[in-house]
Design a binder for this molecule. Sequence first.
Ligand SMILES: O=C(O)CNC(=O)[C@H](CS)NC(=O)CCC(=O)C(=O)O
Length: 275
Amino acid sequence: MTSGREIAPNLEAAEAYIREASKAGADFVLTPENTPILEPRHDRLKAAVPGEDGHPALETFARLARELDIWLLLGSTAVQAEGDERLANRSYLFAPDGSVKARYDKIHMFDVNVPDGQTYRESATFRPGEQAVLTELPWGGLGMTICYDVRFAALYRQLAQAGASIITVPAAFTQFTGQAHWHTLLRARAIETGCFVLAPAQCGEHAEERRTYGHSLVVAPWGEVLADGGEAPGVTLAELDTARIDDARAWVPALQHDRGFTAPQPLKQREPEEA
Ligand SMILES: O=C(O)CNC(=O)[C@H](CS)NC(=O)CCC(=O)C(=O)O
């Protein structure tokens, strides 16, 4: 998707793509980070999104999951956090009966000055999550993550060791970092975990000249890219053979070979004049 700063048209676009995916036979449909609103100006964002009660995206996704009888992941939406001035960047898994099966608040905040001139301070407005989330799909365990989390490999390893078979990484990766890192990071997380990695992505140009990388990806547990959505909005389809999980983990059982070890002694800080 290329989400803009108005909620209604974003939800209309999401609904059309979700219907298209379901019609094409999808049992599990996922949308990107910030599907309902991508608003770089955080004062406007805070004014535009409610808490969970009456949140228009939650109503839309619950209705579609039920009507189409699908598992549906709202990759993420900004939502007013409970008992806090800040927002949460929250991912929701809807069951085919329309109920919320699981929710996950993005743990790692994107506070980065991207060399293309854009500045991101997610933690200025968002309350970071504290809790990794593993839930269940009919096909196996589902680990829920969001975007910048993909750079923190330990989270993925813990999800896999706790039972994940599939890990979701809905994203709004920047064009600048995405073209350098996106495929490599997602393939590495799949290979390290022996999980399918599903990463629906924002693409194109958004408000305030924000550019996102696109390339919604489905990666197999052995690391192959099964589908790449390219640079334009649309539906990306893939078929998952869960036997691939057992194959990958049998061929290289690295998930079982973690060992405790002593941390390295940090190098001494050099004095400035020596540097
Ligand atoms: O433009 C926006 O407001 C939309 N972006 C987002 O909502 C989020 C948080 S600011 N983006 C990322 O996490 C990018 C990570 C990334 O790009 C990387 O890790 O390289």
